[in-house]
Structures are given as C-alpha cells and as structure tokens.
Design a protein. Structure first.
Length: 406
C-alpha cells in the first residue's frame, strides 16, 4: 500500500465524522468549556428597574436649572433597598450605585458635584442635565431575549450572563468518549520498576491530556500485552462503554509482534488506510468498528503526539461540536534546512520573534521520534512538504504551534 499524503489522510478521516448528538443538562458551575446544545433565553429583564450607575443624588432636572440650586434630601436608596415613594418639587434622594431610581427622578447628580447644606439639604456645584447616570430597565437584556446561541463554547463571560439570566443549569452536548489503549510487553506504568527490556508507558498521558483539552472524555484501557486475547478484551471494553473513538498506541504495523491491526480486523474493524507519507508518524492506522472511529497512533512518543495533534485533535473537535483549532502560522527559519524527500516532515523547533515581529523557528538538530525531551521543550513544528527544496536561513516557512506563544 502506497504512503498516503497527509492532506488526503486528514480528509478521509474527517469525511465520516459526525458530531455527537447526546445532550445533558448540567449545573451552571459544571458547564465551563462545554458546548451549548440550545439557544438560551433570558428568564427575566436586566436590570429589572431603572437603576443608578453612580453614587449621588436622584432628582428631577427641572428642579436644578442652574449651578447653585438647592434641594431637600428626603431619604436614601441603596442596592437592595429602594426608596418608597415619589419625589416632589425641590426634593432629592441620596442614592447609591445599583439602587432603584425613585419615582419621578430623571437624573443622577454624582456626589462629587453636590455640596451638603446642613443635615437635609444639598446645593448643586455642576450643571444638571436630564438622563444622566441612569441605567434604564432592560438595558442589558429583556425577558425572552435570546442571549446565548446553540454551539457556543461556554467561557467565563457566558457563565456570568447565564447566571444573570437566572439559569441554574444549562443544556450542553455530551463529550465524545475516547478509549485509549497502550500495547506492548515492554511497557509498565509510571512508578514501577522496569525490567532490563522494559520502559515506562508515557504516551497515554499526553494523548489523554490532548483529548481533555479538545472537549473529550477519557476512558483509559490501560496497557495490553502483546497477546491477541488481551487486546480483544480491551477492544470489547471500549465497545461496551460506547466509545466514540478508540485510540491505540503502538502495535499497528504488521510485524510479528504488532498484533493491534490484526486483532481489530478480527473484531470486525473496517480498515480505511494506514501508513502516511509523514515523518514522524508513518505507521498511522484509521478504520471504523461498528460506528466507533479507530485511530492507531505510532508507539514512538513524539510520533504519537504529532499524529495526535494532526489527526486525533480535528476528529475529536468535529465530534465535540468545536471549530477546528488553527495551529498553522507563517514565519522564517533560523537555520538552513536540507531538501526533503517524499515524506512530509514535522521538525521540532524553538520559536521566537525578531525585531520586526516575525516568528523565527530554529529546528533542533536532533529529530528522532523517540526523544520526548526535545518535543516537550519545542514551541512548534516546522512543516516541510514532500520534495521541498533547500531553505536558507531567513526564508519563509510554515509552522504548527504546539502551544500558545507569549
């Protein structure tokens, strides 16, 4: 089977991806970073009354036609405590921010522009005009108004307005469930004591974090040894749990000890493609099993993380009703880059800005796909298309950001 170009592989992967349709209603405090399933309408009007925007005095503008006008203070209005009764001619009410504006008042004189005269009178020291510093009823939203739309990714601002609209719960789309299975006799969990031929399993933790960061729920299937019965049992657990995606880590090739692909086929998986024209990440496998997406990522840690960014992330975001994350940026290379072969390269790089504000990517001289430290310290990946020509230092290049830059 010929190596599939990266854009073709991604298009085929996403062609059958449909957003999950399950909906759940959660307490407001539990809905951050979830996606709204329905439009949300206000249950009340905000503000529910004309309210003061400042500390000062509520009055009728007609009673203070010029600077030096004197008025009688007849009471106080504070947030949560309204003044009971209307204003008469020449009267004013001491008012504080958020308090209801008394009946008859049409403006607020801020406290800095009023001079106290005795205990119950003030003199204006600023020209009064009507309509000042009053927040009208319904200025923010009205009862029945649609304020948040279905498909909104809920953040702190949406939670604030939802609470103000008197919604204790919100309807959100269910998270896609992603089952993650690591395979290999050589793997043990972190904290263990590896035998001479064993290593610590690390990929699961990075992929699980990627899943959670992109709207998914993780089902960790643990580590399966290189036995068909163990792998079959893990696949059954994923199916029984209703996983939307099964991610396998390692073992997807066709060597004597690579049993994942064969076991999945024996379980009924329809293989779409495997082996991609990219480096790192060539042994990527994509298929489906009874409506469950199957994504076989390479066992090498960096290859696993790169293919996770390129393939698992967009698939998961499609299922989670989220827009595709844009990681691509343009910049220039800090070092010369050699011509490329038939595979698309993803070079780990540090990214800085020059004095003109350009992003400058410096590829690490070591690019082995097992070297996790270099990937952890990289800011992004320089993308080298198949058969790309040699690049001199300072020439344009395309990059994928691993994380946001400062």
């Amino acid at each position: 089977m010929a190596l599939l170009p990266v854009p073709d592989a991604k298009a085929r992967l996403l062609a059958s991806a449909r957003p999950v349709d399950g909906i759940e209603t959660l307490p407001l405090a539990d809905t951050a970073a979830r996606v709204l399933a329905f439009d949300i309408k206000a249950k009340l009007t905000q503000p529910p009354f004309n309210s003061s925007a400042m500390d000062g005095y509520a009055l009728r503008a007609v009673d203070a036609p010029q600077i030096g006008s004197e008025l009688t203070v007849i009471g106080t209005a504070a947030a949560g405590r309204a003044f009971d009764g209307p204003l008469g001619p020449g009267e004013t009410v001491r008012i504080f921010t958020g308090a209801p504006v008394p009946e008859g008042a049409d403006t607020i004189l801020i406290q800095e522009d009023a001079q106290k005269i005795g205990d119950d009178s003030i003199r204006t020291t600023f020209q009064v005009t009507g309509g000042r510093h009053i927040r009208p009823r319904g200025q923010d939203f009205a009862e029945g108004e649609t304020v948040l739309n279905a498909g909104t990714l809920i953040d702190f601002s949406h939670l604030t307005v939802a609470a103000a609209m008197n919604h204790p719960t919100l309807p959100v789309f269910c998270k896609p469930k992603v089952a993650i299975l690591a395979t290999g006799d050589e793997l043990i969990e972190p904290g263990g004591n590896p035998a001479p031929a064993q290593i610590i399993a690390s990929n699961t933790f990075g992929i699980a974090a990627l899943v959670r960061d992109n709207g998914g729920e993780v089902l960790d299937l643990g580590i399966a040894p290189d036995r068909q019965d163990a792998i079959s049992a893990a696949i059954k657990r994923a199916r029984d749990a209703g996983a939307d995606i099964l991610v396998t880590l390692g073992g997807a090739s066709v060597g004597d000890h690579d049993l994942v692909q064969a076991t999945l086929k024996a379980s009924g998986m329809e293989l779409d493609f495997w082996r991609i024209a990219m480096r790192p990440g060539k042994p990527l496998m994509v298929g489906s099993l009874d409506g469950m997406h199957v994504l076989g990522l390479p066992g090498n840690p960096v290859a696993s993380m790169v293919t996770g960014m390129l393939f698992l992330e967009p698939l998961l975001r499609r299922l989670a009703h989220l827009p595709e994350r844009r990681r691509e940026v343009d910049g220039i290379t800090a070092r010369p880059l050699r011509p490329n072969d038939q595979r698309q390269d993803y070079l780990r790089a540090k990214i800085t800005r020059d004095e003109l504000g350009n992003l400058v990517a410096e590829a690490n001289p070591k690019q082995d796909s097992s070297m996790m430290k270099i990937f952890a310290h990289a800011d992004g990946l320089i993308v080298r298309a198949p058969h790309a020509p040699e690049l001199a230092a300072g020439e344009p290049c395309r990059m994928l950001l691993i994380r946001a830059l400062d």
